[in-house]
Every structure is written in C-alpha cells, then in structure tokens.
Design a protein around this ligand. Structure first.
Ligand code: F3S
Length: 63
C-alpha cells in the first residue's frame, strides 16, 4: 500500500501523525507528508485509520 497527502487539501490539523507516526509526519510548511512508502504491512490498519480520521480527506491510499 502507498500513502500520499494532498497538500492542497491538508489543513495541518496534525491528526495523522498522532494516529500513525510510522507513516505520517508534519513538515516545516505545517502540512503533513507520507514519508514511509510503501506503508509497512504492520501499520496499514493505522494508516487507514489516519486516512479515515483526516477532516479534509487529504490522505490517499492505494494498493
Ligand atoms: Fe493534514 Fe489531514 Fe493529516 S488535514 S495533518 S493530512 S489528518
């Protein structure tokens, strides 16, 4: 699975690195980035939770 963050949609709420710090982190621009691709299988569930929890649906997951 691969994760991407749509920087045009992210509002920098910070929820995704709270939920899944193994895949998401906040960058200097105040927006999130998916820094771990492919997503390790052991954190796929947590990455999905982060995507579902994003208030602006900025996180995209693909197989
Ligand atoms: Fe941005 Fe959504 Fe994460 S708004 S900080 S991608 S939870």
């Amino acid at each position: 699975m691969f994760a991407t963050v749509d920087k045009d949609a992210c509002i920098g709420c910070g929820a995704c690195p709270d939920i899944c710090p193994e895949v998401f982190k906040m960058e200097d621009d105040g927006l999130a980035e998916a820094y771990k691709n492919p997503v390790p299988s052991e954190v796929e569930a947590s990455a999905k939770e982060a995507a579902e929890g994003c208030p602006t649906d900025a996180i995209h997951l693909e197989d």
